[in-house]
Design a protein around this ligand. Structure first.
Ligand code: FEO
Length: 411
């Protein structure tokens, strides 16, 4: 069996869906699965661009052998050493001992660290701008440091204007159709692409912007990422680059609010839900509520990236901020979350810690975020005569959302 498709003039997609891995990188739940893409170039010289996770090793080798049709493999390009793509590389390289390995110098070091199988006689070191001639196809290389490993290099086929973009423009989720223009991308893949970006690459916005600037200087007709669908039309390429500009520059895609809360006995949750309803009554559409103790932070961080405003509501627990909220905020901070307006509701019964910690994140630990006033530090539960405070918070958040500039294209 094989599962391949010709993308353009002898360039083939090889893809494998992974439905079995439950937690990607042992941290991100992927109920929707994930794909590992690899690419094959059939020319005077044969070339494989990246491998797959070892969970797809058999399928990967089978597809390569099908496309080789008994020919030898000349080149294997390793765009970065992360094992979700490289852990089946050794199997390929042992099966094809004649194949040269093309990568940056640091990738070879990491290759040896991970696999303890040095193959120095086979290394072909490349730097930015170097060329690899395969026949009609000529590849050049574009450095993409920290997108999202230090030694990432993208490959660009000058002949057919195909960019092999490594993890950039990738996404969680399995694929049936190969191309973004064959699916309802916004409906079925956008959330997965954003969650993948924010949690895997989100910390490195400035580096992503630099790569996007380089990409703007070259004609691109196809983008081939290592996860998810391939982009081959001007519309889908423009769409995903525009999304990347928002995400990498920490610019919200939408006016609106995410209410991230955690609650021990339901009183903070009640305040969050009452606030959500009041925001709705004030005309705010699409108010999103997430219990961060229940929903994995990777989903909520991605939603926080999407919207202009954030509300945090959480209680004190063991004289600290309740851990699920602390984890969520720590995650946001690590990912360099910035440029948002944020309201805060704390809760405590005898000693207040949650409120101050959340305010500290907003004012001191996040970059360029603004605390919306008024704030509230509840005592166990809200009395009926305190509802006015929630009204004031709702009005402040709603007014600020309404005054927020309309999102515009960053292209
Ligand atoms: Fe999909 Fe950086 O690996």
């Amino acid at each position: 069996m094989h599962c391949v498709e010709e993308i353009k003039n002898g360039i083939y997609w090889m893809g494998c869906n992974d439905f079995r891995t439950e937690i990607f990188e042992r941290i991100f739940p992927i109920p929707e699965g994930v794909t590992y893409n690899s690419y094959f170039i059939d020319d005077e010289m044969t070339c494989v661009v990246d491998a797959m996770d070892k969970s797809c090793r058999d399928e990967f080798i089978e597809d390569v052998e099908y496309l080789l049709k008994g020919r030898k493999l000349d080149y294997f390009i390793l765009q970065h050493m992360e094992p979700d793509h490289a852990s089946s590389a050794v199997a390929l390289l042992e099966k094809h001992p004649e194949a040269k390995i093309v990568a940056q110098a640091q990738t070879f070091k990491l290759f040896e660290q991970f696999f303890r199988k040095p193959m120095p006689s086979r290394y072909v070191e490349v730097k930015e701008g170097d060329q690899l001639k395969l026949g009609k196809h000529v590849l050049t290389f574009v450095k993409a440091p920290m997108v999202h490993w230090p030694e990432v290099i993208m490959s660009y086929d000058i002949t057919d204007k195909v960019l092999f973009s490594a993890d950039a423009f990738g996404m969680f989720g399995t694929v049936g159709n190969v191309y973004a223009d064959q699916v309802d991308f916004e409906e079925n893949y956008l959330d997965s692409a954003r969650r993948y970006y924010v949690n895997i690459v989100g910390k490195f916005g400035p580096q992503v912007v630099k790569v996007l600037q380089k990409a703007a200087g070259i004609p691109i007709e196809v983008i081939c990422p290592l996860h998810g669908v391939v982009f081959r039309t001007p519309e889908t390429i423009q769409y995903i680059i525009e999304k990347y500009l928002h995400w990498a520059k920490y610019v919200p895609e939408k006016k609106g609010v995410v209410i991230a809360f955690s609650s021990i006995y339901g009183n903070t949750e009640r305040a969050a839900c009452v606030l959500a309803h009041k925001l709705s009554m004030l005309g705010i559409r699409d108010v999103r509520l997430y219990d961060v103790a229940k929903i994995h932070p990777s989903y909520v961080t991605a939603k926080a990236w999407e919207y202009s405003h954030l509300v945090l509501a959480a209680p004190t627990y063991n004289l600290n901020l309740f851990l699920p909220m602390e984890n969520f905020l720590h995650d946001l901070k690590t990912l360099m979350f910035q440029n948002r307006k944020i309201a805060v509701i704390g809760n405590h019964s005898w000693a207040s810690a949650a409120y101050n910690t959340m305010v500290d994140y907003v004012q001191n630990r996040f970059k360029n975020c603004e605390l919306l006033e008024p704030t509230l530090d509840m005592k166990s539960s809200l009395r009926d005569d305190q509802e006015g405070i929630i009204d004031e918070i709702a009005k402040a958040v709603a007014d600020d959302i309404k005054a927020y500039p309309e999102p515009k294209s960053l292209l």
